[in-house]
Design a protein around this ligand. Structure first.
Ligand code: BES
Ligand code: MN
Ligand code: ZN
Length: 495
């Protein structure tokens, strides 16, 4: 999709469809007033009939309005002007995309730039519009014998800039397109099934991302390298699979080398069978999404490199496949992590923390300014927070606040849970320094408490995205792109 700005006389616009906001119950926006005036009061007359329901997100399609050059006008209700907040705005944007998608139009002109959302600016409006337009029109078609090229006609979205500064709209367009393209890149990877998307495939995608961008470079640790470094926990996950595991590190250098990097670590289990502690069949196919943390890191690296952010960022993908086999880890096995601490693997299905703990030790050498790991780590977080909020855990209050503020700003929200010392005894093991599971209670917290034992020397946060990263079925099946918007915003805030 192409995005641009337009100005001039609205009634004379040659767009195939013009979108103007209405505030409940009958208050017209400036752009609606302009069309109303040109049409001799027709918009007002239609509004009075009451077909545009007074709820935020309702739309009404009008054809051939008198004296309006555009064939179609969509009125979109944003609810009472004084109540318009970010949640209502995004709900309305999503419904608007649905309405536009059902039409055979190639271009639309959206008159949203004078819409003011509580505590938000115009560039935010535009960035979100683009983010959600791209999300609403995304289709994963790589695996179709014949891709469907007819269902989508929209090619061009223009933003009407009269009455506002074109500059802030341009900023919104730039940020929105960088974010949307990072999300698109990550979605195509995350939706790729496990027979194609292997750790090697992730390494290829990372390598391709870095090619042709001087600020990006990649280095890959193979299993032999990990052996030498003593990553016994990571390797215990790899050993059951025919697919070799990889620790993939992407360096983004946006400023002076001496500036300490922000590190993102993504769980990249390309398929999680549970290993010998095998998962039950019904939803096992969903475990192709167990690499959504790694996909989020790839998408964020792409977004910030496109934006040329003047900071240094390191993205790490902890990539492995969790399989049962004659070589697989047995429940009860004890392994030594790179940190020197030993782990009794009571459940081979708690594999995410095993790859992440060695990655957390590995990145200590970079003297990070902050570290965030992103993982589809526990089913328990789905029970606790559903698909609305990502679980947030941190050893640093300031970092936790920055992350939750970033998520709130872009409406890719995270909610903090504790990792208090009182939970740590749950991980006790008779024979090793710790067990890899902490029992039935507070499963997401004990998982985070396990990770915290490997993140003691820097400011660290953990995002459990098991509930927010993907939809397992339905019309929107697939990776949601979360939390790329949150992570990109967090990194913008570091400038
Ligand atoms: N990848 C799963 C977590 C998961 C579950 C993600 C459901 C998405 C949806 C993870 O590796 C796992 O299996 N966790 C176990 C941990 C348990 C054995 C302590 C879980 O949550 O059941
Ligand atoms: Mn598992
Ligand atoms: Zn897993």
């Amino acid at each position: 999709m192409e995005y641009a700005t337009r100005s001039g006389n609205l009634a004379k616009s040659r767009a195939q469809c013009i979108v103007v906001p209405i505030y409940a119950p009958l208050e017209m926006s400036e752009s609606a007033k302009a069309l109303n005036q040109a049409s001799g009061g027709q918009i007002n007359k239609i509004l009075k009939r009451g077909d545009l329901k007074p709820k935020a997100g309702q739309t009404l399609l009008l054809h051939d309005v008198a004296n309006i050059n555009a064939q179609r006008v969509i009125l979109v209700n944003l609810g009472p002007r004084e109540d318009l907040d970010s949640v209502k705005y995004i709900t309305a944007v999503r419904q608007l995309i649905g309405a536009i998608k059902s039409l055979a139009v190639k271009n639309v002109l959206i008159c949203f730039t004078d819409v003011t959302c509580k505590d938000r600016t115009i560039d935010w409006n535009i960035e979100r519009l683009i983010e959600h337009f791209e999300a609403g029109t995304y289709q994963y078609q790589d695996m179709k014998g014949k891709p469907d090229t007819t269902s989508q006609t929209l090619e061009q979205v223009d933003f009407y800039t009269d009455r506002v500064s074109g500059e802030s709209v341009e900023t919104g367009i730039r940020r929105g397109t960088s974010l949307a393209s990072g999300m698109h890149f990550a979605k195509d990877i995350a939706n790729t099934p496990g027979n194609v998307c292997t750790p090697t495939y992730l390494a290829e995608k990372a390598t391709k991302l870095c090619k042709g961008n001087k600020a990006l470079s990649v280095s890959i640790l193979e299993e032999e390298d990990m052996q030498k470094m003593g990553m016994g926990a990571f390797l215990s996950v790899c050993q059951g699979s025919e697919q070799p595991g990889k620790l993939i590190t992407i360096h983004y250098q946006g400023t002076d080398e001496s500036s300490r990097p922000h590190v993102l670590i993504g769980k990249g289990i390309t398929f999680d069978t549970g290993g010998i502690s095998l998962k039950s069949p019904p939803a096992m196919h969903e475990m192709i999404y167990d690499m959504c943390g790694a996909a989020s890191v790839l998408g964020t690296m792409s977004t910030i490199a496109d934006q040329k952010l003047p900071i240094n960022v390191i993205g790490v993908l902890a990539a492995a496949e969790n399989m049962p086999s004659g070589k697989a880890t047995r429940p009860g096995d004890i392994v030594k992590t790179m940190s020197g601490q030993t782990v009794e693997i009571l459940n081979t299905d708690a594999e995410g923390r095993l790859v992440l703990c060695d990655a957390l030790t590995y990145i200590g050498q970079f003297k990070p300014a902050s570290v965030i790991d992103i993982a589809t780590l526990t089913g328990a977080i789905v029970t606790a927070l559903g698909s609305v909020a990502t679980g947030l855990f941190s050893n640093d209050d300031d970092l936790a606040r920055q992350i939750s503020d970033a998520g709130e700003h872009v409406l890719d929200r995270a909610w903090r849970l504790p990792i208090w010392e009182e939970y740590q005894p749950k991980l006790a093991s008779a024979f090793a320094d710790m067990a890899n599971v902490g029992g039935r209670e507070a499963g997401s917290i004990t998982a985070a408490c396990y990770l915290a034992r490997f993140a003691k020397t820097y400011r660290w946060a953990h995002l459990d995205i098991a509930g927010t990263a993907y939809q397992g079925s339905g019309p929107n099946k697939g990776y949601t792109g979360r939390p790329i918007a949150l992570l990109s915003q967090y990194l913008y805030d570091q400038i």
